[in-house]
Design a protein. Structure first.
Length: 558
């Protein structure tokens, strides 16, 4: 077609949008969003007479509640094995026997009892049900159980009176004995060691794991808030604030700063901030592989008042032994000395196979080669309980070398990228691995077809020569005889495909001379993955986004 007569139709994708207009934060939250539910009582809390004395427990009393109704009346309620009843107690006098006046009430349901005591409760409780049914669950979820990640973008809720709220900030605070505290690490690891042979066992195991992880996350959030608010004394108060470490409620807390100059060459505090999120992602990834005999710490990352706090369960015996003696795999104290425990290496190999990690050699600091599956920075600890723990999992994926070489440095008036801890995402590594697997299968299938064609041609040529040698008396093959059609699914074994990634590629880790060629080949694989992201995945992802398609997995070629 002649280019002079070719006409283009302007796109209408962005015709309804003003790309130069500034965004308004007032539109960030929907206008109809309501987080404040309707109030049914002024307050409800445990009574000061709680818990019941032993002789009343034998009678069936479970606990005592104090409720202030919207009418302004304060009533004491006894919870028994058969239901709830209004008692005769006051703030100054204890009498758990049922009231005998006109407002005496009892019922098996606390809600029904409050409806009898307070007419305004009955009216507002019905309105509350309507309020909940017309809102999404996340709109009415209490803020105390789910702190918003960006509180400045959320409309503030009215601060209401709640006599039970102040006590939550002081739970387990100032206690001298740790006997009443939960051993989070032992609970987590014990639940992971539950049997998983049958479907029922796996369901029960996952149920227990979800419960303990939820409890640990809730305790970690509360502890992190107290750490930031200065309610917890650091273990090392004489060091700088960025280096402070804390132990609170049997949880180890540290702040997301580069207090020990571990990330000095990678961006300092900015790199340390990113490493905490990568570490959490690595813990989640390794837990997903679920290799028996390999353990990770319970880990929660909390951003509160502009400070990132990392909460972790405590490895048994970590504070009673030297760090150098407990580390049996990886770098010792971020120094040149590297260890590789044989049992640890064997167990970790099972996870490495599932995560497509390449075994690579590094200098152990004594001039000898040591093989690792994980990064030089990842540490394997042998706890006092005999379990093998893996820590510092922020380098579970290789470096995005194309971005590091082309986009990190300042250019064209743009500021320099804040850190050099630029790693390939696990989703990209999976896409690239599948992309190479499909290409490998196609190549093997083509080789098998070509080989089958050559064998068939050789058989036909041999038959023709034999027929000419005996005067044409050789019978022709019957249909299907010696005509073997290649079975691609049978002849191509996916297990023969070998593609793994060296997570220490393009890093400053010392490599032995005898492993230089292997590392160069592994670096080429990582660079190819980085180019695949830059030249294929990002371009296709942008195209899909313009079309309103966000599911990249719908397009298996990428």
């Amino acid at each position: 077609m002649d280019n002079s007569t070719y006409e283009t139709t302007p796109t209408t994708v962005f015709s309804k949008f003003d790309l130069n207009a500034s965004a308004s934060l007032s539109d960030f939250v929907p206008k109809g969003l309501e987080r404040t539910p309707i109030q049914c009582v002024k307050s409800i809390a445990l009574s000061g007479w709680n818990p019941p004395p032993h002789h009343l427990r034998l009678r069936g009393d479970l606990m005592y509640l104090i409720v202030t109704t919207l009418e302004g009346e304060t009533v004491q309620i006894t919870s028994t094995a058969t239901g709830f009843q209004v008692n005769k107690s006051t703030s100054n006098h204890f009498d758990p026997s049922p009231r005998q006046d006109a407002k005496a009430a009892s019922d098996h349901s606390l809600i029904v009892l409050l409806e009898k005591v307070s007419p305004m409760f009955a009216i507002n409780f019905k309105k509350l049900q309507e309020f909940i049914t017309r809102h999404h669950m996340l709109e009415v979820m209490p803020v105390t159980s789910a702190q918003p990640a960006y509180p400045w973008a959320i409309q503030p809720s009215p601060h209401t009176f709640d006599p039970t709220r102040p006590s939550e900030a002081y739970l387990n605070y100032g206690t001298d004995s740790v006997d009443s505290l939960r051993d989070w690490n032992d609970e987590l690891q014990s639940h992971r060691e539950l049997p998983r042979g049958t479907l029922q066992e796996r369901v029960m195991r996952d149920r227990f794991l979800n419960k303990i992880n939820a409890d640990f996350a809730e305790a970690a959030v509360r502890g992190a808030m107290d750490v930031v608010n200065g309610n917890v004394m650091p273990l090392n108060p004489l060091e700088s604030e960025e280096s402070h470490m804390y132990v609170y409620n049997n949880i180890f807390f540290s702040k997301g700063f580069d207090g020990r100059n571990t990330f000095e060459k990678l961006g300092g505090d900015d790199a340390a901030h990113v490493a905490t999120g990568k570490d959490l992602e690595g813990v989640r990834t390794l837990n997903g592989v679920d290799v028996e005999g390999l353990y990770t710490l319970g880990t929660v990352v909390v951003d509160y008042k502009g400070i990132r706090v990392v909460a972790q369960s405590i490895v048994p015996g970590i504070f009673r032994q030297q760090e150098e003696s407990s580390i049996v795999y990886g770098s010792v104290d971020n120094g040149p000395l590297v260890k590789s425990d044989e049992k640890f290496h064997e167990t970790l190999g099972q996870a490495a196979k599932a995560l497509h990690l390449a075994e690579h050699a590094v200098d152990n600091g004594e001039g000898k080669a040591t093989n690792l599956w994980t990064s030089f920075d990842t540490k394997g600890l042998l706890g006092a309980d005999g379990r093998r723990y893996l820590l510092d999992l922020y380098r579970l994926n290789p470096v995005d070398v194309e971005f590091l070489e082309n986009d990190v440095a300042a250019k064209d008036g743009m500021p320099e990228y804040p850190h050099k801890l630029t790693l390939l995402r696990p989703e990209l590594m999976l896409y690239f691995w599948e992309h190479k697997l499909r290409a490998w299968i196609q190549e093997r299938a083509l080789e098998i077809q070509n080989r089958a064609g050559e064998e068939k041609a050789d058989r036909e040529s041999s038959t023709t020569e034999s027929r000419e040698a005996v005067g044409g008396d050789v019978p022709e093959n019957k249909a299907g005889e010696d005509d073997k059609t290649p079975n691609i699914e049978h002849d191509v074994n996916v297990l023969d495909f070998d593609l793994a990634f060296n997570v220490d590629a393009f890093t400053s880790v010392d490599t032995p001379t005898e492993a230089a060629s292997a590392k160069a080949e592994q670096e080429n694989t990582v660079r190819e993955a980085s180019k695949f992201l830059r030249e294929n995945v990002i371009a296709v992802l942008v195209s899909f986004d313009l079309l309103g398609i966000t599911c990249l997995s719908c397009f298996p070629n990428y």
